[in-house]
Write a protein that binds this ligand. Sequence first.
Ligand SMILES: Cc1ncc(C[n+]2csc(CCOP(=O)(O)OP(=O)(O)O)c2C)c(N)n1
Length: 368
Amino acid sequence: MDTTFSAAVDDTLIQIVTPEGVRTEPTMYSELVGDITTEKLRDLYEDLVVVRRIDAEATALQRQGELGLWAPMLGQEAAQVGSARALERDDFVFASYREHGVAYCRGVDPTQMLRFWRGSTQSGWDPYEYNMTTPAIIVGSQALHATGYGLGMKFDGAEGAVITYFGDGATSQGDISEALGFAASFGAPVVFFCQNNQWAISEPVTVQTHITIAERGRGFGVPALRVDGNDVLAVLAATRTALARAREGSGPTLIEAVTYRMGPHTTSDDPSRYRPAALDDEWRRKDPIDRIERLLEREGAMDESFRQRVKERADATAADLRRGCLGTVEPGPMSLFDHVYADPHPLIAEERRAYAAYLAGFEGAVKS
Ligand SMILES: Cc1ncc(C[n+]2csc(CCOP(=O)(O)OP(=O)(O)O)c2C)c(N)n1
């Protein structure tokens, strides 16, 4: 695979499919997804639809009081599915709190994703089972973890690569700058994947940076790609390029996926207070699912039975998710101390005793 970039920072927006569902002129990027047959394109479409359905169901569950919070990803499906489907099993993902679509592609059971937001687990899932970390709430922290892990892989001579996801706002955090600088200096095999969804809660990306996020890679000596984040094929191609660079020992790449979060930052947020409605309308016309639907229609691959099959798959996933969420056996309060240390620890034993005594002070106290 030819992974040389024409410039250290390619600031042109990589696009393979227009919002109208038309394929653009062939480029090296469209060649990179030349293996995506109609059948595989249909699979990507199904991923996009199922992931959106998971997100909608989780949002509904939060509204019904079943989750404490949820960070919706409406509009970011292509950025997540396109990048995640470029990964191999041995690659490792360091995510933020919004990568439900990536987690789905890694095989994480959606019910497991929800338990974190329900407060029913102290973590979420076993990271080594899926080669993906559980949600990181400290904005930008995961980029440092990814760089350290990537460096470890390099020292071990391991085959895989690392990808870390973060938002546009996170690029204002020192952690991201430190991670980019360190990864560049030591050639860590890391893909820095920024989902530029235009807003960091109520702060627009124009406050985070006066140049494109991709351009910011140049200062660190990190080659960068700017991709239409609502174009699943373009994201797949860009991520494949960056992963190939990492695997061949050429070091980190920064990807800026230009997308838009069509809903709130979290279920505690109300974007109508700070975001012009016209912007929502503009991005709705660039919807990542509609675009692939139009492409499949144009290519004669979108028939009623396929549409129905995808809908049934999405509905079944949502039903499983709801059943799993409502059926969660909540852990007792004392389980809080179970996984702090691998081996018994006197401090934990002391805290356990004190907390048990505290709980015992309540009428009808839960004992375990
Ligand atoms: C270090 C740190 N500072 C502040 C916060 C509070 N906070 C949570 S999300 C967020 C905005 C992040 O925006 P962005 O990086 O663009 O990601 P997005 O949520 O848009 O995906 C902030 C400031 C935090 N969690 N961690």
